[in-house]
Design a protein around this ligand. Structure first.
Ligand SMILES: NC(=O)c1ccc[n+]([C@@H]2O[C@H](COP(=O)([O-])OP(=O)(O)OC[C@H]3O[C@@H](n4cnc5c(N)ncnc54)[C@H](OP(=O)(O)O)[C@@H]3O)[C@@H](O)[C@H]2O)c1
Length: 239
């Protein structure tokens, strides 16, 4: 398949590399390919410039977000920063029409001054917005009524999403939620190809609220395990 991955961050790179390994054609989206390739410094998370990754994965085809989305056969993975995703995806709504979009972003706001901050090893914990009564997944679906949005992948680091066997021999649970059964099935098929065996369909896209709000617990578990950035663990729903 020809799959579009919108995003050049650490998470997107995990999907790009895995999809290539699985034999897919991968079109990668970025705001401005020339600007992305001209970067020479790591980002704030220490992720090396994308040009270096591309040199190691020359089969990946770097285009603008819109051109990448339009080039896909029908499946698009969005790894656009959560706070920017609705605007960035709305701007290319026509090119996403009729496609399935899997969103794994967390709607984090990094710059804020809470009354009761949560100190972390890397600053204060970002806040979620929206939260409780809405989710980023639902915002994206409302902004893109001609696109079938699925929320998934968000409860883990993407390095473990694309390689579930690297944690507990793959004995952990991945979630999907969405309002379109056929799109959810595409996400489930992709996850199976990544090696997932325990995929729990949470139901309608409104359940994206729970997946996104789990982000703080994901961080807390990582701290508890002494893993300050990211985290190499999964969660298992025992039933
Ligand atoms: N990394 C993980 O394992 C992981 C796990 C769970 C959830 N998440 C969530 O998934 C999302 C993506 O994470 P990530 O680590 O893959 O990448 P990221 O570094 O959070 O985001 C990078 C992408 O966002 C785009 N972007 C940044 N600011 C933008 C703006 N103002 N307008 C349009 N696009 C903008 C960048 O575009 P350019 O390419 O043009 O620079 C880049 O493609 C985040 O919300 C993150 O919290 C990540």
């Amino acid at each position: 398949m020809k799959i579009a991955v919108l995003g050049t961050g650490g998470g997107a790179r995990c999907h790009i590399a895995k999809l290539l390994e699985l034999g897919h054609e991968v079109v990668v989206g970025t705001r401005d390919p020339r600007a992305t390739l001209s970067r020479t410094e790591p980002d704030m998370m220490g992720t090396p410039p994308f040009g270096r990754f591309l040199a190691e994965h020359p089969a990946a085809d770097l285009r603008t977000f819109g051109d990448a989305a339009a080039a896909s056969d029908g499946l698009v993975i969005s790894g656009i920063d959560g706070h920017s995703a609705v605007n960035a995806l709305s701007a290319i709504a026509d090119r996403l029409a009729g496609k399935t979009l899997i969103d794994y972003a967390v709607p984090f706001i990094y710059q804020h001054e809470p009354e009761h901050p949560w100190p972390t090893p890397w600053g204060i914990m970002p806040k979620l917005e929206p939260v409780d009564t809405d989710s980023l997944g639902e915002q994206i679906q409302r902004a893109l009524p001609r696109t079938k949005v699925v929320k998934s992948f968000v409860t883990q680091e993407q390095s473990t999403v694309v390689n579930p066997a690297s944690v507990g021999d793959g004995e952990h649970t991945m979630f999907v939620a969405g309002d379109h059964m056929d799109a959810k099935q595409q996400a489930i098929d992709l996850l199976k190809s990544y090696g997932w065996t325990d995929i729990l369909d949470l139901g309608q896209l409104v359940c994206a609220r729970g997946m996104e709000m789990y982000a703080h617990m994901h961080s807390a578990i990582g701290f508890g395990l002494g893993q300050q950035f990211g985290g190499h663990f999964g969660i298992k729903v025992v039933r």
